[in-house]
Design a protein around this ligand. Structure first.
Ligand SMILES: [Zn+2]
Length: 293
């Protein structure tokens, strides 16, 4: 079954909820990056929350970028989503392999380490808006929850999960985000908190065969919910092109370009998000040199 992302809100408008089944998307990311389980989990969780946050973007050209800049062995993790929840991402070291944590789970927090979490909104025209907070646990969901509390001052509950199979492929992946609007009552907050605390992990619900919509209703049990009937299909999709890569190469500057032309006579670059290769020959490089600063 294809991935789905559903959105809903309570009848009184005080609760907003997003639930995503991102099994195929996280599986595609694993395939592209040939990542080992801990990186598959870390990147899959980050891509899932990016896909969810993409739903809050207004225009086609808008994007949201999530960067975990930790000091752990995985290196930085980057995930980007557009308003259609088409995402792309990478972890600097997808082959990181560390022991399970004390709970016997993939040690995502240990792989990410300490550092900063940056969220960048690019709305096309204006200067990109960015917010940053320290990484709390490196487990991704806790960090994103902290980000929303600190940076956006919105009480948020986030659950993210990737279940990796014994052959390193993704068995299930998904996540949810519940946000309380400023006029939500204390009672509503307590009820939601209790449901979330007692809810099984999202991967467990998906494994049982629950759909994203069923998960949405179980996480808001007791509230009158309206589900947006326009279903979104989150997708792993890279936006790289010869043109984008040319601009990236030009941005390295005249000096570096001159060195490449002199020493190599050509330049091959690989897209970090999808591993596509782009080659520029000497003639092209000379033209690019003219455009560089
Ligand atoms: Zn690409």
């Amino acid at each position: 079954m294809a991935d789905t992302l559903v959105r809903g809100q309570s009848l009184d408008g005080t609760i907003k909820i997003f639930v995503a089944d991102t099994t195929e998307l996280a599986g595609r990311a694993q395939e592209i990056h040939k990542s080992l389980p801990v990186a598959t989990a870390a990147l899959g969780r980050t891509l899932t929350i990016a896909a969810i946050m993409g739903q809050n973007l207004k225009n086609d050209a808008d994007s949201v970028t999530i960067q975990f800049r930790g000091d752990g062995p995985i290196g930085s993790i980057v995930a980007v989503s557009d308003s259609k929840s088409q995402v792309r991402g990478y972890a600097v070291n997808p082959l990181v392999d560390i022991p399970l944590n004390k709970k016997g789970k993939l040690d995502v927090g240990g792989a990410v380490g300490k550092g900063q979490l940056c969220v960048i909104y690019d709305m096309g025209m204006k200067e990109p808006y960015s917010g940053r907070v320290p990484i709390v646990t490196g487990e991704i969901a806790e960090d994103m929850t902290y980000y929303f509390a600190k940076s956006d001052q919105v009480p948020t509950a986030i659950g993210l999960g990737v279940l990796v199979d014994t052959d390193c492929t993704v068995k299930t992946a998904g996540g949810y985000m519940i946000q309380l609007m400023p006029d939500a009552t204390e009672e509503t907050a307590e009820k939601i908190e209790k449901i979330v605390r007692n809810a099984p992990p999202v991967t467990e619900m998906l494994e049982k065969g629950m759909t994203a919509e069923e998960i949405l209703f179980s996480l808001t049990d007791g509230f009158d919910m309206i589900v947006n009937n326009e279903t979104v299909t989150p997708l792993y999709k890279c936006k790289c092109s010869q043109n984008r890569m040319r601009n990236a190469v030009i941005s390295i500057g005249k000096e570096e370009l001159a060195r490449i032309i002199e020493e190599d006579g050509k330049c091959e670059v690989e897209c970090q998000f999808c591993n596509s290769k782009y080659t520029f020959n000497k003639e092209e490089l000379l033209k690019m040199y003219e455009l560089a600063r």
